[in-house]
Design a protein around this ligand. Sequence first.
Ligand code: BTN
Length: 261
Amino acid sequence: MDDITPDLLLEGVGPALMFREYRVFDEIGSTNAYLKALPSDEPPGVVAVADYQTMGRGREGRSWVAPPGAAIQCSVLLRPPLPPDRIYLLTTACALAVRSAIAPFVREEPRLKWPNDVMLGGRKVCGVLTETEIMPSGRARAVVGFGVNVREAPPARVAPDAGCVRQFAIRPVTRLEVLVRALREYDRLLVRLYAGDLEGVWRAWRSSLETLRRRVVVRGYGGGDEVAGWAADVALDGALILETEDGERRRVYAGEAIERA
Ligand code: BTN
């Protein structure tokens, strides 16, 4: 992968508090799986980037597919000092960072689809997957992985709703530029989170969500059930607050929010 190298990342991202080492691969199973397999005493701050993943993982057990050279596949190893019910903010902050990173290159404002998909013109251009485990020391270790379709979207038969940044670009854009901007911004947001500004990051997430104040169906909730309703708000613990037709307020924690006419 010669357009992205550890040296280019070190130089581009500059001094970062959360990232200390960049490892770049031409091909790997999954950058998330790679970081998860590191020994439990590996200090946080390792960033793994791959040109191509043979077994890319998506949310809810799905796979994540991108042709070689088309997308950014990146994962970071963190040891977040956050309570378990706020770990989701790592994912949220990552989506916000990617959103800011692509904004200067595109003609429309990128928005987030609950919980953490980055959308451009109604198409998904980035997904984030966080995997957390409790280490023998009792502390959480998190791997946050994001995939950004920069040059090309995956084939429509694999991901019919996907798009890529280049499709909406107003000027030339490279994977390196997007990745450098995303990591810089993610570093800044993680510093804010670790310093305790959970509400500030939550507010930024909430105001970027295109899902709110719309009628949606959430699929995959509770193992396949669907919940339909008015997406009224999000709670501080990350739940989507849905007002259902029978006047109930339901809190939904996972799934895919699909807009209804
Ligand atoms: C989603 O389903 O929306 C989340 C997709 C996350 C994909 C990224 S690509 C880099 C990292 N490694 C993986 O195997 N998955 C994540």
